[in-house]
Design a protein. Structure first.
Ligand code: F0G
Length: 357
């Protein structure tokens, strides 16, 4: 029986028989073909797949790292964990802390989030899972500085991706892609925020694919209003509709650059308009779902293919990092609200008329 992502790949994880595994059966997410997006790239013979990370237990890839971070925290006897978050990390930390408590380990979870910039679904998850949610008057980078400092000064474990166990756990998505495809893809397109995930995927491909030339090129994409790696300097006031990646000073900046350089990849930016267009395409033309920041991977693929950076006959995997249901507001803002709000008389003939019959 499937026992979660750590026990699926224990040989690559820092666990032993003594480690209490705190799992919600994360991982084993679907890799789905995206023929419409493939067509839009206009690249001959291309195959495009979407890795549906929104299918994880709390609806984002964070669960893969959190199962490791929380298992290791519990192993060493931690009683409190803390993180800064644009939303998904907080939802995941809160859920895994609840699971730890269910298994008999007392563990309190504290999360700091940028006031006013966390999608409602994520905030409600952290709350119902019993975390203490603290909204700070600042952005994610400010919140991360605070929790880093607190974890140095007080007995509280940091579960942001600066925690190496988070990165270790997140590598499992790369293993799954290789298992599903029977090989690594040629390109891996991925949104970049705090840059932990691109770091983890690259480490995962390096673990799994011994031949360096058979590893994918890492194509990371930041939001244009929050693109410090692209610009080469910290962005003091990051802004983007993809609030998950509204980050101006990524913790894993150097590792992301290493992933780019070692894989001969790129880290580029996509505008909010490009992200929203891809967000619509993923829903309306493929039938799959994701949150706005996740669509940066597809927006990036479309941009890179317009620029001739994707060679014919290649296999591309775009990571859809989070579930679309987390951010209903953006979905509704992108739709025809006037039409949705109009009400009709409960009458068959009236409705038939509206349907155009
Ligand atoms: N996509 C989603 C949906 C995210 O929530 C995040 C990060 C990213 C992409 C970027 O991944 O930070 O590893 O480069 N969310 C973090 C959070 C910052 O707090 O939930 P990254």
């Amino acid at each position: 029986m499937y026992q979660g992502s750590i026990l699926k790949y224990p040989q690559f994880m820092s666990v032993n028989n003594q480690t209490p595994i705190i799992s919600l059966m994360e991982g084993r997410t679907l890799l789905v073909p995206a023929p419409h997006i493939a067509k839009l790239t206009k690249v001959n013979g291309i195959k495009v797949y979407l890795k549906m990370e929104g299918l994880n237990p709390t609806g984002s890839f964070k669960d893969r790292g959190m199962t490791m971070a929380v298992s290791k925290a519990v192993e060493k006897g931690a009683k409190k964990i803390i993180c800064a978050s644009t939303g998904n990390t907080s939802a995941s930390a809160a859920a895994y802390a609840a699971r730890a408590r269910a298994l008999g380990y007392p563990l309190d979870c504290f999360v700091l989030i940028p006031a006013g910039y966390v999608a409602l679904g994520k905030l409600s998850q952290a709350m119902i899972y019993g975390a203490k949610v603290l909204q700070v008057e600042g952005n994610f980078d400010d919140a991360l500085n605070i929790v880093k400092e607190l974890s140095l000064q007080y007995p509280i474990d940091l579960v942001n991706s600066v925690n190496p166990f988070r990165i270790e756990g997140q590598k499992t998505a790369a293993y799954e892609i290789c298992d599903d495809l029977g090989a690594a893809p040629d390109y891996l397109c991925i949104p970049v925020g705090n840059a932990g995930n691109i770091t983890a995927y690259w480490a995962g491909f390096k673990d799994y694919i011994k031949n360096p030339s058979a590893r994918p090129k890492m194509f990371g994409f930041q939001a244009a209003g929050a693109a410090p790696i692209v610009r080469g300097h910290i962005v003091e006031k990051p802004e983007t509709i993809g609030t998950a990646i509204r980050i101006g000073n990524p913790a894993s900046w150097k590792f992301a650059e290493a992933a780019r350089d070692e894989s001969k990849g790129i880290i580029d930016e996509v505008t909010d308009d490009e992200m929203l267009e891809a967000y619509r395409i993923i829903h309306d033309c493929e039938g799959f779902n994701c949150e706005p920041a996740s669509a940066a991977s597809v927006a990036g693929l479309l941009k890179a293919s317009r620029q001739g950076k994707i060679i014919p006959e290649s296999t591309v995997v775009c990571i859809l990092t989070g579930n679309g249901l987390k951010d209903p507001k953006t979905a509704m803002d992108q739709s025809d609200m006037a039409a949705a709000e109009k009400t009709y008389k409960a009458d068959e003939n009236v409705i038939a008329g509206v349907l155009g019959f």
